[in-house]
Design a protein around this ligand. Structure first.
Ligand SMILES: *Cc1c(COP(=O)(O)O)cnc(C)c1O
Length: 224
């Protein structure tokens, strides 16, 4: 299947090419297409983007079904366990695993459908209570308990910095996330991924060792 190259929204392709040129080559760009229409995803695809992030299960499953099979889909939102059956056949990585119970349910379902899935453990270091994730200690306990679960591969850590203009706080948050990543690798050496950095703070995240940045607004514009 080939996608149309005459894009309706050349800005999307331009913004992706510009971001790519600013990111170090070893850092992967997750284009966060949540709340944006399929047309926007196609525009990004026409600029060579293959890795997309979504935060709602049905939206991810519907977009994945309509895009070419070489797209890679990361789930970055809150996982409702009653939607795992819909999510697992469509997703390549779940970045937002925030409890051991959820990780065990993911493993069981991935085993049942014989489709292994990659996961990141989400750590909470930001100032806002609203943000989800393990505490650093809980995350490492979960990794110890779950490192040999079948059909899930723990690949690293995902986190968010505080929503603030204070660069010192943002840098401290990314350093704290990177530190959890280092400790995780003492338990699971191949868990080298560090997903951190969004539209407002990705340069700081890259400076602290991000391997994946999740960027929505800077590519697709404001969400409704
Ligand atoms: C929406 C979202 C993003 C993208 O945020 P932007 O500020 O639009 O770049 C990144 N990570 C997570 C977990 C999100 O929910």
């Amino acid at each position: 299947m080939s996608m149309p190259l005459n894009s309706n929204s050349p800005q999307i392709a331009d913004r992706i090419l510009q971001l790519r040129s600013q990111l170090p080559p070893e850092v992967e760009l997750v284009a966060v297409s949540k709340f944006h229409p399929l047309e926007a995803v196609k525009d990004a695809y026409s600029a060579g983007q293959r890795l997309f992030g979504e935060s709602r299960v049905l939206e991810l499953a519907e977009k994945a079904a309509q895009m070419p099979p070489d797209c890679i889909w990361h789930f970055i939102g809150h996982v409702q366990t009653n939607k795992l059956r819909r999510l697992l056949p469509a997703v390549n990585m779940i970045e937002s695993v925030d409890s051991e119970r959820l990780l065990r349910l993911i493993s069981a379902e991935a085993l049942r459908i014989n489709r292994p899935v990659k996961v990141l453990l989400q750590v909470h270091v930001a100032a806002e209570e609203t943000k989800t994730g393990f505490s650093p200690l809980e995350l490492l306990e979960c990794a110890r308990a779950c490192k040999d679960l079948p059909a899930v591969q723990i690949c690293g850590v995902m986190g968010m910095a505080s929503n603030t203009d204070n660069l010192d706080r943002i840098n401290a948050d990314f350093e704290a996330i990177a530190e959890v990543g280092r400790k995780l690798r003492e338990i699971i050496p191949r868990a080298t991924e560090l997903s951190m950095g969004m539209s407002g703070d990705w340069p700081q995240a890259v400076a602290h060792g991000a391997t994946l940045v999740r960027i929505g607004t800077d590519i697709f514009g404001l969400r409704n």
